[in-house]
Design a protein around this ligand. Structure first.
Ligand code: SF4
Length: 234
């Protein structure tokens, strides 16, 4: 199924920084492929160098990925500002899967940074901990979808995380909200407790609000500011 460009990436030793042309080739080859196949490609290509980052706002990608690659390491960034419901949900999901879960915390104690400098707060509570979690790895997976928001409409299935020199894989990039709901129902997946209260996207409690019907799914994140992303996906 993979074309020559994707095969070139397959043949590239992990230690060598991935070339953008090969990554683009892999993205083209895997566009429209089932999420299981995308995870399978990444697991075969990167082996133990692959990590899945989950925010535990749902467990769809986790269910897909662990079904294909049960030994995959799952990373959760404990910013110290998660809703109690998210931590409870994580424990619930953890009981369902026998997974290698790594919880990574910031190097700084809780403070009031989020009140005065959102970017700085995300930098020390999300970006630096993820950088640490990805040290020595070759690739990481996230649950980013094009349907999440206008800013994510061009999300590739496979891309280059240029800042970290890693390949980034987004197996659910082409999934609609309905695809996610259908999959979760078919697999009888646990649902985040805040979903029923209008939280269509769940992050840290100081920066997350419920959204009104018809609003963008991520409209409740950093509401009232011009911030739309935490910096993990740049
Ligand atoms: Fe800080 Fe808010 Fe970013 Fe969480 S989402 S790390 S509280 S600025």
């Amino acid at each position: 199924m993979l074309d020559a460009m994707a095969s070139a990436l397959l043949d590239t030793p992990v230690a060598i920084r991935p070339r953008s042309a090969d990554v683009r080739g892999a993205a083209a080859a895997l566009e429209g492929a089932p999420a299981e196949d995308i995870v399978g490609w990444a697991a075969e290509r990167f082996g133990g160098g692959l990590v899945l980052a989950s925010s535990f706002q749902d467990c769809v990608l986790l269910d897909v990925a662990l079904g294909v690659a049960p030994a995959l390491q799952v990373v959760f960034l404990d910013t110290q500002y998660h809703f109690p419901e998210t931590l409870e949900y994580m424990d619930r999901v953890r009981r369902r899967y026998d997974m290698d879960l790594r919880i990574v915390r910031p190097r700084v104690a809780p403070d009031d940074r989020w009140r005065r400098d959102l970017d700085s707060c995300c930098a020390v509570r999300k970006v630096e901990p993820l950088d640490r979690a990805l040290e020595g790895r070759a690739a990481w997976m996230s649950g980013l979808r094009r349907a999440d928001s206008a800013a994510r409409a061009d999300t590739p299935v496979v891309t280059l995380d240029e800042r970290r020199g890693l390949v980034k894989v987004n197996p659910l990039a082409t999934w609609s909200d309905a695809d996610v709901q259908r999959y979760a129902a078919e697999r009888d997946l646990p649902v985040h407790p805040l979903a029923a209260r209008g939280y269509t996207s769940v992050g840290c409690w100081p920066c997350t609000r419920a959204v009104a019907p018809g609003e963008d799914a991520r409209a409740g994140r950093w509401k009232g500011t011009d911030k739309t992303e935490c910096g993990l996906h740049l």
